[in-house]
Design a protein around this ligand. Sequence first.
Ligand code: HEM
Length: 127
Amino acid sequence: MRYDLIFITTALLCLLVGETLGIHMGISQDFTLVPAHVHLNLLGWVTLAAFGLMHRAYPALGASRMALVQCVLAIIANIAMPAGLALMLLSANHDPTLVKYASLAVILATVLFIIMFVRKVALAKAA
Ligand code: HEM
């Protein structure tokens, strides 16, 4: 599976949406969604692109049994978190449920990636 391409393509789409939201905020002078813009750009664009570039730099990561689960979880969580922020900020009751669960999933995806990196790259190289 080409995890590098999957991550980087998804990250570029997040960048496009994040930039579009930024332009919309600038034109409308409505900054309600700044937190969603920031998190879509930093979790969606920067973080997912970094995962993709690391898969490219260290192909052994893709051989991990956790790679598929980590990839699917990271993409869903890193997009759901800013989406949840937008829904929370725009809804009348400001329900934070999606933000909370998505944030925990973001952390879980990060932990899985760290385990993959340590096992397949750091310890493998040291051995
Ligand atoms: C077309 C591209 C972009 C446009 C038009 C844009 C527009 C904006 C606007 C209007 C704000 C709100 C500023 C305010 O509250 O006064 C903002 C905030 C922010 N943007 Fe963007 N943005 C763009 C791309 C990006 C990218 C690529 C990133 C990160 C990788 C980013 C990160 C941030 C951050 C961190 C803030 C919060 C700044 C703060 O509150 O101090 N933006 N952006």
